[in-house]
Design a protein around this ligand. Structure first.
Ligand SMILES: NC(=O)c1ccc[n+]([C@@H]2O[C@H](COP(=O)([O-])OP(=O)(O)OC[C@H]3O[C@@H](n4cnc5c(N)ncnc54)[C@H](O)[C@@H]3O)[C@@H](O)[C@H]2O)c1
Length: 670
């Protein structure tokens, strides 16, 4: 049989011309070649599956060179020559609005302004890829152009498996990333699969095509900081962080949101960063207003702004440990403290040890990785020591989901874990989800709802901002007030990078109301079509014991039923696209996360999907959190049951008398 005759969707029969790399665009590091000779042959054969066979002789040396020098075959030649950006939806080819909308999202995720390493298809989080290679990008685009509304495109780790007949009520795209069988569900297993070209680390919204630039993180950080002020400092719901000092580190991909968020929250932010280029990016962007390498000068600014009560964001160029040691030695008052160095990959360059400049740290990492590791351990212990000194002086510290406390544990200080033999039981300082995001947001159903105005019109974003604001009652809860203020000031805060997008934390009812309102506006022609979705870092989307589910205390934080059920439930209810990924934020094997995209075209069908799917997407996580006996989730689930009598019902637990139970167990075990 001639296989070629069976191929209708394929890459062109002629080669695209070779692309030049543009100067000044950040490139992914060489991830090292870890395949043996046979595996190299397999990786090559795998990549050649995308290429018409008469072109193989010419492309083989190019692919082999890429594999040997970068550890992966990215297929650079297939990257379209032009600069990618999420263009107005009407400028894309397609037979469905969904097919065109997904192309907007994909291109936005690969925009030079948005993506971390755009040539390597990495959107954010060091290794979060949209696709594994450019051949997948080209082929997926072809499918999306041809897809009809009775078909579904299936994607395995960026690879389009095919277009299958379904129905108008089914998702148009179902995608999974990095799924591995238990025995191989670890970094080693993944690295090999990725080098062979059969698995993708999608992070959360990179492989989920819903990344909307750094504003996604700014809102979450803003909420975390305000709530940290309320929880630890007793700041009332209607007050901001005026006069309060927040100190942290990192001005990178996500951490770079900290100075902007603290300024929006009205406080004084001091962020240490070793890499000068990162400071420059944030300074040029206007997210950092003052820069100094002298802690003494910074203390002068802190005093000045504390007195005036005005907000300010300050970058310290240097190592966080040095700055904290200066503050501790000089008894400088710091109310709130955290850390966002990339400790999830501390030994791979995510954490620069004290005593080294950024450049010296990079040099040591390349020349003597063992010594680098030792220096990281030494620095982490010093770092932890100065944190405890500051907390003894009245500072509140929390772990920002960057595995800082786990890294200190790995560096040898076992006492940093509540149970020194088992870090999964938690650490002596809380994580931001455990104390703040989990109980104060997720348990009520509040999470990072977002949307993209597919017309690309600024005016549409303005109208949707106003419409979303009209759906929030700022008097209901502190969270509603924060969200109301966020959306009221969103345009003024100039947060858009890439497509005309917005993030807004909202609960189940809020998300449904806002989405219905948008769909009505599309129907009436007031605005063009809108893509709604969310970050996977949400109420129900992610099972991750050190992060999203760290405030689940019934032992189920090591299970992943919620993320999988959430994905399946979104699919059967007809979301336009559903995604389930391994890893995300914390690394392969440590979490499962999923999300959705729903294209609002003004149709009645989309109203129906909003009502059933959006509510499910939030409430299944609230139900799970309530079953885990979380107070605020119990309150939310009870209210839902009351409002939904005859329609649905969430299982609510009976609560044991804990004190009595503990005493009885202790007595029996004597
Ligand atoms: N922002 C959030 O909402 C959030 C949520 C969960 C997890 N995180 C975690 O935060 C971490 C940071 O994320 P990112 O995307 O910004 O990573 P990134 O690698 O882009 O940025 C980290 C920055 O820290 C700097 N740095 C490293 N060591 C330093 C030191 N000793 N002193 C001063 N600066 C130092 C690096 O130069 C780098 O710019 C990750 O581990 C991420 O998983 C963030």
């Amino acid at each position: 049989m001639d296989l070629k005759e069976a191929i209708s969707f394929k890459l062109p029969d002629i080669f695209p011309s070779e692309n030049k790399f543009r100067e000044g665009i950040r490139r992914a590091p060489n991830r090292g070649l870890n395949l043996n000779q046979n595996e190299i042959v397999t990786a090559m054969k795998n990549a050649l599956r995308y290429i018409p066979d008469h072109l193989h002789d010419e492309i083989i040396p190019e692919f082999l060179e890429e594999l040997i020098t970068t550890g992966r075959i990215y297929g650079y030649r297939y990257r379209p020559g032009e600069e990618l950006s999420g263009r107005p939806v009407d400028s894309y080819k397609g037979k469905t609005i969904e097919g065109k909308a997904f192309q907007v999202m994909i291109d936005n995720n690969l925009d030079f302004k948005v993506a971390l390493y755009p040539y390597e298809l990495v959107t954010y989080g060091e290794s979060g890829q949209v696709f594994q290679n450019w051949m997948q990008y080209c082929l997926v685009k072809k499918y999306l152009e041809e897809m009809r509304e009775d078909q579904t495109l299936i994607i395995y780790s960026g690879h389009p498996l095919g277009l299958f007949p379904t129905s108008i009520n089914a998702p148009r795209v179902i995608s999974t990333n990095g799924m591995l069988v238990g025995e191989y569900d670890n970094l080693e297993g993944f690295v090999k699969a990725a080098a062979l070209g059969v698995s993708n680390y999608g992070q959360m919204t990179a492989g989920g095509w819903m990344y909307i630039g750094p504003q996604g993180i700014v809102h979450g950080t803003y909420i975390t900081l305000l709530n940290a002020g309320r929880l630890y400092l007793g700041i009332p719901d209607d007050k901001d962080l005026s006069g309060v000092v927040f100190v942290s580190s990192g001005l990178g991909g996500m951490s770079g949101a900290q100075p902007k968020a603290v300024e929006i929250a009205g406080g004084i932010g001091v962020i240490a960063e070793v890499d000068r280029s990162r400071i420059e990016t944030r300074h040029e962007q206007g997210w950092v207003s003052k820069v100094s390498g002298d802690p003494g000068e910074i203390v002068g600014w802190i005093n000045e702004y504390r007195e005036s009560g005005k907000p300010v964001s300050i970058a310290f160029h240097g190592n966080i440990v040095d700055m904290l040691e200066y503050f501790a030695a000089n008894k400088i008052k710091i109310e709130l403290l955290s850390d966002q160095t990339s400790c999830h990959d501390a030994y791979g360059g995510g954490y620069t040890p004290a005593g080294y400049t950024f450049e010296q740290g990079r040099k040591l990492l390349t020349e003597d990785p063992d010594k680098f590791r030792k220096e990281v351990d030494r620095s982490l212990l010093k770092h932890f020591k100065v944190i405890t000194d500051l907390t003894e002086q009245g500072t509140y510290f929390w772990d920002y989901g960057n595995s800082f406390l786990k890294a200190v544990f790995d560096a040898g200080l076992k006492e940093v874990a509540i149970d020194p033999s088992d870090p999964s039981a938690g650490f002596v300082f809380p994580s931001y989800v455990e104390h703040i995001m989990g109980p104060m947001c997720f348990d009520y159903g509040y999470g990072p709802f977002r949307w993209v105005c597919l017309s690309g019109e600024k005016e549409d974003l303005k109208k949707t901002d106003a419409a979303a604001m009209s759906q929030i009652d700022p008097e209901r809860r502190g969270m509603d007030r924060d969200n109301y203020q966020w959306i009221r000031d969103a345009e003024k805060n100039a947060l858009v990078v890439g497509t005309q997008a917005r993030i807004l934390y909202a609960d189940a009812g809020g998300r449904v109301d806002i989405a219905l309102k948008f769909n009505e506006m599309v129907r009436s022609g007031e605005i063009g079509p809108v893509m709604i979705g969310r970050d996977h870092h949400d109420v129900s989307g992610t099972d991750s014991p050190y992060r999203e589910t760290s405030n689940i205390k019934d032992g189920s934080n090591i299970t992943a039923d919620m993320a999988v059920q959430n994905f399946a439930g979104d699919a059967v209810r007809g979301m336009s696209m559903v995604v389930l990924s391994n890893g995300g934020g914390v690394g392969i094997g440590k979490a499962f996360n999923g999300g959705f995209g729903l294209v609002l075209d003004g149709s009645e069908l989309k109203d129906k999907i909003i009502r059933s799917a959006m509510e499910w997407d939030v409430m299944n996580g609230v139900a799970r959190r309530a079953w885990a006996r979380n107070d605020n989730a119990l309150e939310t689930a009870e209210e839902w049951n009351k409002n939904n009598q005859g329609k649905g019902h969430l299982t609510i637990p009976f609560l044991a008398d804990e004190k009595k139970l503990e005493a009885l167990v202790a007595e029996r075990l004597k």
